[in-house]
Unconditional design. Structure first.
Length: 178
């Protein structure tokens, strides 16, 4: 081989070597990224579930109401309203709720003259939400409605689908879901 041919053959060698180095560096960076992502996931998902990791636990967005937070029926003031065409429905339900210990304030047709299609609406102020949930637990599929009233009374508005009060409501039904 002549010296000129030898020089031409190895003239492209540094560029060829640099291409291999660049590929190796790119692969190392990608492997490092994958290992870092796996480590982050392991610490924040797997170890956090076991409470053994250093990752902070997320606080619940709401505070569950416990059965001990529910007021006794005799401390709940209830207005019973009828939004149906059935005569005497509100009076019958008021008598039954009074027997269960609730304080009955008013028994009448719905003063808002609404047409409740379901079983019932339970209306209350935001402050009386727990008391309203106790009343709602007595009626299957009752809908809680919060309004801006100033009184502590809870309104039970009986609807078209109402049949009867639940005999023994489940304590869990009075709890606010999170």
């Amino acid at each position: 081989m002549e010296p000129d041919e030898y020089a031409e053959e190895y003239e492209d060698a540094p560029r060829h070597i640099w291409r291999h180095v660049r590929t190796a560096i790119t692969l190392l960076v990608l492997v490092g990224f994958v290992v870092g992502a796996a480590w982050y996931s392991w610490n924040n998902v797997v170890l956090a579930d076991d409470d053994t990791g250093d990752a902070p636990r997320a606080e619940p967005t709401c505070v569950p109401v416990t059965a001990t937070d529910a007021p006794e029926p005799d401390s709940i003031e209830v207005n019973i309203y009828n939004s149906t065409t059935r005569r005497g429905l509100a009076g019958d339900v008021a008598a039954e709720m009074s027997d269960r210990g609730f304080t009955i304030l008013d028994v009448a047709n719905d003063p808002l003259d609404s047409n409740v299609e379901g079983t019932a609406e339970v209306r209350s102020s935001a402050d009386q939400e727990v008391a309203a949930s106790v009343v709602a637990a007595l009626v299957p599929d009752a809908v809680l409605v919060s309004d801006d009233r100033s009184s502590d009374a809870v309104d039970l508005v009986l609807g078209e689908q109402f049949d009867e009060l639940i005999d023994d409501p489940d304590a869990e039904a009075t709890l606010e879901p999170c």
